[in-house]
Write a protein that binds this ligand. Sequence first.
Ligand code: HEC
Length: 238
Amino acid sequence: MKTKYLITFLAVVFTTSQTFGHADVAPQPVNTDALPDVGEEWREENPYRAETAGEEVWKTAIEIGASGYNQNCARCHGLEAVSGGLAPDLRYLEANLDGDEWYTERYRNGYTVNGITKMPGYDELLGQKAAWAIRTYIETRPDDGALDDFLDQLATIRDDLKKIAERLVAGTAAYADISAKVDTYKAVLREVANQVSTASGAPAADSAASRAYTALDASAEGVAKATEFLTVGLSVAQ
Ligand code: HEC
């Protein structure tokens, strides 16, 4: 195993200079300033998981990773990490030490066969913090059909939140009523969010339900944002 990696690594080192000029799209920088530093040496395990880094860092990593992924990896690996067949579907890479090892190997060295770069290495181009942000995003994608059982429930909540948003904007809503409803919906969204599964085995998915849950509060803006997350999620699922 080790030898294979070494050979791949050397092959990449020797061929990158010739082949990289032919890589068609320039890498898009990922701004990772909002994430904690991880040092120079490469970590063996994703340092931005909620269990080790806390919810806040985890959520920030997902947000930054989403944009980093969609700008740099999606053209081969598919939008939202759903592969169209050009390159492997990364959602299935296990969210554990083995998965992380394979992920960093490919991320850092890319993949070159017979002098042709099938995937560029991102070690120098994007760096380690971007690597783990993107990893966090990938491993928290919901599994295929993971929202299916909840679509009706989410659509009902979305429709009611839409009405609430209108009343908040028009100023015709009693605050106590709104606030009680919002609390109820928040609890339901949390429950749904906790049941959405990942293909990677990561314990929590970043789904329309979890995003709506986080955004929702009794303000016009909070209600509108949650409504939008649900609408986007429902349109993707159907
Ligand atoms: C130019 C196309 C291209 C781009 C861009 C690209 N990849 Fe890849 N990637 C591939 C191909 C092709 C493979 C399959 C290589 C192989 O057969 O092992 C691959 C394999 C991988 C693997 C191993 C998956 C597995 O199941 O074995 C990982 C991890 C990976 N890529 C991550 C990324 C990340 C992260 C990005 C963006 C930062 C990215 N790739 C950008 C083409 C690409």
